[in-house]
Design a protein around this ligand. Structure first.
Ligand SMILES: [Zn+2]
Length: 317
């Protein structure tokens, strides 16, 4: 008998645990078949829906067009200058000021690793939506940035040196010093194929950063189909440390650094689903004490490697 619950990461077809997940973020409640691989642990959709566009409404968070006509406030200006200084210190040498200022104000300071990239490194953001992050990096002084997202309406030219191409990763031809996937990889089918594309697009000794939700987490075990980051049907693959290691090995990429960056929203979002509320629902469900407890728990889980989000750094050697 044909078993189409074959894991697309490790090819295991035995004892994979099937379940039905509902679309909860928009509250549509449409149902989708998923399964959890009994070998590598990757949680995956059985078949990506053909009408996936239906689940990405126009105001989906990655596609909000940035209003650049709005003047920044004085506080924003001061924070930006502090962030820029922090970034410069990080790239040039000392991490002290970055840790003090940059990492606190701007999360992307953490992803920029000293010795990995410079201001003139070619950096590609895959699945970047309208390119909001790249625009910020450009303001911080990075000069060679590009983005690609097949789901934007059309190619976006922010300025002559920052273009977001309406393209799939398969269509790109240049090689880069650094490639990033910020919560986009889980939305893509054929993870093995994507990893092979990453290998093709990386220069020798260059790295890729992949930030994704993780099923090898406390939150997945606790909440199952109500886990906020399952996000059916938009998330096709919820990887584990194991499944990412398998992909890396097969694609000849070296996984050399993993950082957990899960947040307290893994609890508040999932608990809201249990209460039949959307994660964005403003209703006051949690008091300050509960939020503080969730924040503490998220920090602990990140330390023990059980947080539900991580940053993976892989290198082409
Ligand atoms: Zn598997």
């Amino acid at each position: 008998m044909e078993n189409n619950n074959t894991c697309k990461v490790c090819d295991n077809a035995e004892n994979n645990k099937a379940f039905v997940a509902q679309e909860l973020q928009l509250g549509l409640k449409d149902e989708f078949d998923y399964f959890e691989c009994s070998s590598c642990g990757c949680v995956q959709i059985k078949e990506p829906p053909e009408n996936i566009g239906k689940y990405y409404p126009k105001d989906y968070y990655s596609f909000r067009i940035i209003d650049s006509s709005k003047k920044p406030s004085l506080t924003q200006k001061v924070l930006f200058r502090a962030g820029k200084l922090g970034m410069r210190c990080k790239i040039k040498n000392s991490n002290f000021i970055t840790n003090l200022i940059g990492n606190k104000l701007y999360p992307y300071h953490k992803w920029i690793i000293k010795d990995l990239i410079k201001y003139d490194s070619s950096i590609l953001d895959v699945g970047c939506g309208d390119g909001n992050l790249l625009l910020k990096l450009q303001k911080f002084g990075f000069k060679n940035l590009s983005g690609a997202d097949p789901f934007i309406k059309e190619t976006i030219i922010h300025n002559p040196s920052l273009i977001i191409q309406k393209k799939y990763i398969y269509e790109l031809t240049e090689q880069y010093d650094f490639i990033m996937f910020h919560h986009s990889f889980e939305h893509m089918d054929n993870p093995m194929k994507i990893f092979n594309e990453i290998y093709r697009l990386l220069k020798h000794n260059a790295s890729v950063l992949i930030r994704i939700p993780l099923a090898s987490s406390y939150a997945w075990k606790k909440y199952g189909k109500y886990w906020v980051q399952l996000d059916a049907p938009r998330h096709f693959y919820l990887h584990t440390i194991n499944s990412i290691s398998i992909l890396a090995k097969k694609a000849n990429l070296k996984l050399y650094k993993t950082e957990f960056d899960s947040a307290y929203t893994q609890f508040t979002g999932s608990e809201k689903y249990l209460l039949n509320l959307a994660p964005t629902d403003d209703k006051q469900v949690f008091n300050k004490k509960e939020i503080a407890r969730y924040k503490k728990l998220a920090r602990q889980l990140n330390k023990t490697g059980e947080g539900d989000s991580a940053c993976f750094y892989l290198k082409k050697e």
